[in-house]
Ligand binder design. Structure first.
Ligand SMILES: [Zn+2]
Length: 336
């Protein structure tokens, strides 16, 4: 059996390394945690089978209220749950059509003739995607929570996993909800509905975006107008990338900026880059250009090469301890 630390590491990696183009996986993670807490006779070290019927029902409960129109405006509308603005996820569409008949209370749903059909939609959606994709990290299957057995009508949480979900229920559901909210806000087509609230996290914890704008021309010069990662010549879409991802360390440090083309930047996302890239970053941004970066950027952003290196070493140490995947290039990952 794995330790509690392994479990927390895995969940943390799942949220960073997983591919979340829709919100299904947050719902599934939440649903699994719910079932673990609600099931009787769960032993700390035991396995826990969970029927897909039960999981689908939990997903339905989580999405039920989210299908209601959102926003007090004259024309309230539904929030999108995926990156495709044209197509709502199936569970939400199914729930909406039921709510359109005037049935708004989920407790009445169970007694209604609609339940069977909408439950089937939820179960099919579960089996089509999130159930087998939740445990794909950095494009590779890592079945830490349950083995993938597509022939079964249930999943079986591995020994000890249910115990961890019970022990860390608050932490896991808090993370799942926060990431879910972030994801909803991040969809461009939701932003006009979310309005000023969309800016709240940025307002409270964001950094001055101007620092990136000041860094850009300097990096263009230092990198001879090539992408830090792939070396190709940059066009006007070059983007300033946080070498240690902003999601891991949410303060701007001048030496942590590199310039990348859009393809590399989008692909790298919140991953740490490979050791090869780290070595290159240390050589260029710290050793060769450290002093110049400080001179040029210190009026706009904190510049402390030693601190940048310490933060980087911390991030790589944690990645190594949790066996995370490091981003090498658009099509390749390396173990930390
Ligand atoms: Zn590139």
């Amino acid at each position: 059996m794995n330790s509690a630390i392994d479990f927390i590491n895995y969940v943390q990696r799942m949220l960073v390394e997983g591919d979340f183009s829709a919100t299904y996986k947050y719902a599934l993670l939440h649903a699994i945690a719910d079932v673990c807490v609600e099931s009787p006779n769960v032993t700390v070290n035991g396995k826990l089978p969970i029927s897909l019927d039960l999981l689908a029902d939990k997903m339905l409960r989580l999405y039920w209220n989210q299908a209601r129109p959102f926003g007090g405006a004259a024309q309230p509308q539904q929030l999108h749950q995926n990156s495709n603005s044209k197509k709502q996820i199936k569970i939400i569409s199914a729930v909406q059509s039921i709510q359109a008949t005037g049935l708004y209370n989920i407790n009445q749903l169970y007694k209604s003739p609609h339940y069977k059909a909408v439950h089937k939609v939820a179960k099919d959606a579960l089996k089509e995607g999130p159930l087998w994709r939740l445990q794909i990290l950095a494009k590779q299957e890592e079945c830490f929570l349950y083995p993938h057995d597509k022939g079964q009508q249930h999943i079986e949480l591995k020994a000890g996993v249910a115990g961890y979900f019970r022990e860390f229920y608050h932490l896991i559901t808090y993370l799942a909800r926060a990431a879910w909210i972030d994801k909803i806000i991040s969809f461009k087509h939701n932003q006009y509905l979310v309005g000023a609230q969309a800016n709240l996290p940025e307002f409270l914890f964001g950094q001055d975006r101007k620092a990136l704008a000041y860094a850009k021309p300097l990096l263009q010069e230092l990198q001879k107008n090539t992408c830090f990662y792939c070396g190709k010549t940059l066009n006007e879409h070059a983007e300033v990338d946080h070498f240690i991802p902003f999601a891991k360390y949410t303060f701007d440090l001048g030496h942590n900026f590199v310039l990348a083309d859009r393809g590399c930047n989008n692909s790298k996302r919140d991953y740490l880059a490979s050791y090869e890239n780290k070595y290159k970053w240390e050589q260029t941004n710290l050793a060769h250009h450290g002093q110049l970066i400080t001179e040029q950027l210190a009026s706009y952003v904190e510049c402390d090469a030693d601190k940048s290196l310490a933060v980087a070493d911390w991030a790589y140490q944690i990645a190594h301890n949790s066996a995370a995947n490091l981003w090498q290039n658009k099509s390749e990952f390396r173990p930390a």
